[in-house]
Design a protein around this ligand. Structure first.
Ligand code: ACO
Length: 327
């Protein structure tokens, strides 16, 4: 029997040039490098320049992913952009990127699941490719969270950064699919529980306030739920696929906070050397953090073709989820 798999053909990333260190932040709010590093593992973050927008970051990452894949923009017939910081309320940032790439066919849309956005976008794109609806997709996570931060709130402004990452996926027909041995997206789980919507949110929006608003968070509450939710969804995926932690080659978590990442890996029994960490240099780039981390680990030769990779994320909503893929 023939099955279709969404296989990763390439990946790319983009980080804005300006770096804001913890010491830079300590000049603006009552904080210190020591406090931020100890509680979060973050040392610095990248900040988009004036006039540099989410679509610009996403476009740069998309071009890098296309170059890595050895494909032209015209080969793409689906663009999904995961973002909570779009250029405009509408049209979608995805169509701005589509136009800048010179693509006029296929579909392009944004998807918003906050920090879980990339896991949601990858899952949706995989379904659209494996059903045969589209051939090749750009799945992009792009954010300018610096634009929705309250720079006087030391409890949140130290945690986030700007950036973008992208994957090129291709729908490939596999004769007699070998399940877990195939390349491509193998399984996914998506979750949401809106009862927690007031624990991490932005206090503005077109319908309620006609403003953009600022990010608000009950940090302790988020922290309390994060490890449990992440471990539950990854465990579910491992049970469903019959895998053990030892069989996972790379764990690429959403980069929210070093303590959440370490706690999740410990709970799942994943050894620290399998965990890809970028939060120290990128901070939390929301939907961009996973493709940024993937690009880094592929670029430096850690993740290789054939490796089994587990992605996971948790964020506002709450939303959370995991994707298992063979690179
Ligand atoms: N510098 C110095 N002191 C600070 C800072 C700061 N940047 N921020 C808060 N404090 C102070 C508080 O005012 C408080 O002071 P007080 O005791 O005098 O009132 C004290 O530190 C403790 O504050 P808490 O909020 O209780 O600190 P906590 O130990 O919980 O750490 C943190 C805060 C780092 C936000 C933690 O709760 C956390 O990591 N939560 C997870 C949140 C997260 O990662 N969110 C990202 C988005 S969600 C996601 O992507 C999964």
């Amino acid at each position: 029997m023939t099955v279709r798999r969404s296989v990763v053909r390439g990946c790319g990333a983009y980080l804005p040039k300006t770096i804001l260190t913890n010491n830079d932040l300590a000049k603006r709010v009552d904080t210190s490098d020591e406090w931020i590093v100890q509680r979060t593992g973050i040392s610095q973050r990248h900040i988009a320049a004036d006039g540099e927008f989410t679509s610009d970051l996403g476009l740069a990452s998309a071009k890098a992913a296309l170059a890595d894949a050895g494909l032209d923009a015209g080969d793409i017939d689906l663009i999904v952009v995961a973002t909570s910081t779009p250029d405009y309320t509408f049209p979608a940032t995805a169509v701005t990127i589509q136009a800048a790439l010179g693509i006029t066919n296929g579909a392009a849309f944004d998807l918003q699941a906050v920090c879980t956005g990339f896991v949601y976008a990858l899952t949706v794109a995989d379904q659209m490719l494996s059903s045969g609806l589209h051939e090749r997709a750009l799945v992009i996570g792009a954010e300018t969270f610096s634009r929705i931060l309250d720079w006087e709130d030391r409890g949140t402004c130290v945690l986030f950064g700007d950036g973008a990452g992208a994957l090129v996926l291709e729908s490939v027909a596999v004769d007699d699919g070998n399940g877990i041995d195939d390349r491509g997206v193998l399984a996914a789980r998506l979750r949401a529980d809106g009862r927690h919507c007031d624990k991490l949110y932005v206090d503005g929006g077109p319908s309620r306030t006609q403003t953009v608003g600022h990010l608000r968070m009950e940090g302790r509450e988020v922290f309390k739920h994060a490890v449990t939710m992440i471990a539950e969804v990854v465990d579910d995926l491992m049970d469903a696929t019959g895998l053990t932690a030892d069989e996972i080659d790379w764990f690429v978590p959403h980069q929210a906070n070093r303590r959440i990442i370490d706690g999740s890996a410990r709970k799942l029994g994943l050894s620290p050397e399998k965990v890809v960490i970028t939060v120290d240099r990128h901070a939390n780039t929301s939907a961009a953090s996973i493709p940024l981390a993937l690009s880094e680990a592929v670029g430096d030769g850690r993740i290789k073709q054939g490796d089994l990779v587990m992605l996971e994320a948790m964020g506002g909503g709450f939303t959370w989820g995991a994707v298992l893929l063979r690179w």
